[in-house]
Design a protein around this ligand. Structure first.
Ligand code: 5GP
Ligand code: ZN
Length: 112
């Protein structure tokens, strides 16, 4: 399967890693939209939030255990935003489930 984020996980495409364990990989977004912009992804290929179900939701729960640890390690003490774009109306550009962590400044009040 031709998937950019699977290629990042297996090392074929380089990335700046900030966290990794057996289920999860986290790395810096190549086009940061905030001083801290990290992508957290499952190592298994799930296309989007729409692909989460009872068979794979454990990895999503694990991602949400990792996110506060990553945020703390990044010093995001003033708060941060977690975003997952799902599908065309949300402008999802990479079809491998990912959660953006955005922080390091006062973020915009509007989300859409
Ligand atoms: P989406 O638009 O699907 O929610 O988010 C995809 C994100 O992946 C974008 O913020 C984009 O900058 C990031 N991205 C796309 N290609 C690469 C890449 O090759 N390396 C890294 N580190 N980030 C990427
Ligand atoms: Zn993938």
């Amino acid at each position: 399967m031709d998937c950019l984020f699977c290629s990042i996980i297996n090392g074929d495409i380089p990335s700046t890693k900030v966290y990794e364990d057996e289920m999860v990989y986290a790395f810096r977004d190549i086009n940061p939209q905030a001083p801290t912009h990290i992508l957290v992804i499952p190592k298994i290929h799930i296309p989007s939030v729409d692909g989460i179900d009872e068979n794979n939701s454990a990895v999503v729960a694990h991602i949400f255990e990792c996110i506060p640890k990553i945020a703390k390690a990044e010093g995001l003490n003033g708060g941060y935003r977690v975003v997952s774009n799902c599908g065309d109306n949300a402008c999802q550009s990479v079809k491998h489930l990912h959660f953006h962590i955005l922080g390091g400044k006062q973020l915009a009040d509007s989300m859409a």
